[in-house]
Ligand binder design. Structure first.
Ligand code: NAD
Length: 507
């Protein structure tokens, strides 16, 4: 039951906290470890989007006129402010999303790293120049902001994923509208308190809470120039198509099914550590979670004992408590959906080496708990091996050779991440060369790139051209303009641009 005093979250529009104008509904924000409502989030509508976009458009000339170096300096200040609130941010992540506090702290560190990377904008936003493209004529390409940029983000990284976009967009001179996931809107309230305290010109950053209606209004709004989306693959595809149809620049990051290939020469204890962190960290709710282990040859026999033992030792519980290794999943309906996957997997012929449904039975049913699960004897064509489960469920597939393993990885519709555990440089070289995914780990369980490299999914894991963060962020958040120029009064301006005068090449 919701306490009557429970806070209804505001939007942040034009430099002010403001209630949603006419919300279609107020949704409870629920702590998935306890089932308690901790706030209410408004499902804002088109009028709220319009107000935010108008504020962002109005702020554009003023923000663009701030020097690039001064914009970077504001980000230095933001970095300090977020670092000072890091523990509040991490606790908000755990409270609304469920991941363990250790995982949440690591997420917040990554969020802050995004701001650090964006601080390099006076260097990364530089253009290029070539003197004398024709006699006494110079050509140069400069980068300018795209305009009003909007981001729509998922539930699983309430702190970090919005910051894959926000700091880079504003560093490049754009203004910004964020729509957080309606399931986890609290963390960005704290981030926006710090953005508010920065005293940016009103309208540079805006926050509109809501769901599908807000998304569709942003996609269709003529005042929005660019859309960044992160979420499930079907919605990513819809967003990509609809935004592109409206003539917007768009990047849409989708779901995943990531494979971890284990070679017979892998260092087993470190491999088990890597797999456990990848498959069960954040209760498997990461787009870079390894959810299929493909063992090559005798790797299976070497791995299965230690992996099962380590999985059984994981402690399921409230992410805020010391000693919890696996927190709840996002909601009780997600827990039931994932349990359904396990049931269908077993019915389809998989063997449950560890069944997380039992662990769940021992915990408070109001919490969305499900223990880590391992399904062995899975084959590549089974649904559980192909579809994204997005929970703490790991499937094991056997392959006879590295060739077979690569074929299994490449048969997936998704192409986010894949890792190999081996001590063979030759195997690792072949794997990175042939595997059709955008992010590869070699003896790394979660090969999510740091802020300074692009988050570069392929296939159904990504729709667009330019990826999130790293150098791609500056490409995405700027437009190129090329200028060709000469100056007659310098006395050097003679000659035609298109036709070199006879003898000009010295021949
Ligand atoms: P989701 O697709 O349900 O929601 C993502 C966002 O889209 C939310 O803000 C939501 O309000 C909005 N939305 C949902 N349905 C919509 C619709 N029909 N029309 C318009 N907007 C809609 O995803 P989720 O459950 O919040 O997040 C989990 C998914 O995100 C997983 O599939 C995961 O793999 C993926 N993800 C991908 C990456 C990546 O980098 N590729 C990163 C994190 C999460």
């Amino acid at each position: 039951m919701l306490d009557v005093k429970t806070r209804v979250l505001d939007n942040y529009v034009g430099g002010r906290w403001t209630p949603a104008l006419a919300p279609a509904e107020l949704l409870d924000v629920v702590n998935p470890a306890t089932g308690a409502a901790i706030a209410q989030v408004p499902l804002s509508g088109a009028a709220d989007v319009n107000a935010a976009v108008e504020a962002a458009r109005a702020a554009l000339p003023k923000w663009r006129a701030v020097s690039t170096i001064a914009r970077a300096q504001r980000l230095f200040e933001l970095r300090e402010r977020l670092a000072a609130r890091a523990e509040d941010l991490a606790r908000a992540v755990t409270t609304e999303m469920g991941k363990t506090i250790g995982d949440a702290r690591a997420e917040v560190a990554r969020m802050i790293e995004m701001v650090e990377c964006a601080c390099a904008v006076p260097t990364t936003m530089q253009g290029r120049i070539l003197e004398d493209v024709s006699r006494n004529i110079d050509a140069e390409t400069i980068r300018q902001p795209v305009g009003v940029c909007a981001a729509i983000v998922p539930f699983n990284f309430p702190a970090m994923v919005p910051f894959w976009f926000l700091p880079f967009a504003i560093a490049c001179g754009n203004t910004f509208v964020l729509k957080p996931s309606e399931q986890v809107p609290m963390t960005q309230q704290i981030a926006f308190e710090e953005l508010d305290a920065l005293g940016l010109p009103p309208g540079v950053v805006n926050l509109v809470n809501g769901g599908r209606e807000v998304v569709e209004s942003l996609l269709d709004h003529p005042g929005v120039d660019a859309i960044s989306f992160v979420g499930s693959a079907p919605v990513a595809k819809l967003v990509y198509e609809r935004a592109a149809r409206a003539g917007k620049r768009v990047q849409a990051l989708g779901g995943a099914k990531n494979h971890i290939v284990v070679m017979p020469d892998a260092v087993i204890d470190r491999t088990v550590e890597g797999i456990i962190g990848s498959a069960f960290g954040a209760a498997g709710q990461r787009c870079m979670a390894g959810s299929v282990v493909v063992t090559v040859g005798e790797a299976h026999e070497r791995l299965i004992g230690p992996l099962t033992e380590a999985t059984r030792a994981l402690h399921v519980g409230d992410g805020m408590r010391d000693g919890s290794d696996v927190g709840p999943v996002i909601s009780c309906s997600a827990r039931d959906r994932i349990a359904g996957w396990i049931e269908r997997g077993v019915d389809g012929g998989a063997r449950a080496l560890v069944d997380g449904r039992a662990a769940a039975g021992e915990l408070d049913p109001a919490g969305a708990f499900l223990g880590a699960t391992i399904l062995d004897e899975v084959t590549p064509e089974m649904e559980i091996a192909r579809e994204e489960v997005f929970g703490p469920v790991l499937t094991l597939i056997r392959a006879a050779s590295l060739d077979d393993a690569i074929e299994i990885v490449n048969s997936s519709a998704y192409g986010n991440g894949s890792s190999i555990f081996t001590e063979s440089g030759a195997a690792a070289r072949r794997f990175r060369h042939e595997v059709q995914v955008g992010m590869i780990g070699v003896n790394i369980g979660v090969a999510a790139p740091v802020a300074f490299f692009p988050f570069s999914g392929w296939k159904d894991s990504f729709f667009g051209d330019l990826h999130a963060h790293g150098p791609d962020a500056v490409e995405f958040f700027t437009r190129k303009k090329t200028i060709t120029s000469r100056w007659f009064s310098s006395g050097q301006g003679s000659g035609s641009y298109f036709v070199e005068p006879a003898g000009a090449t010295g021949q």
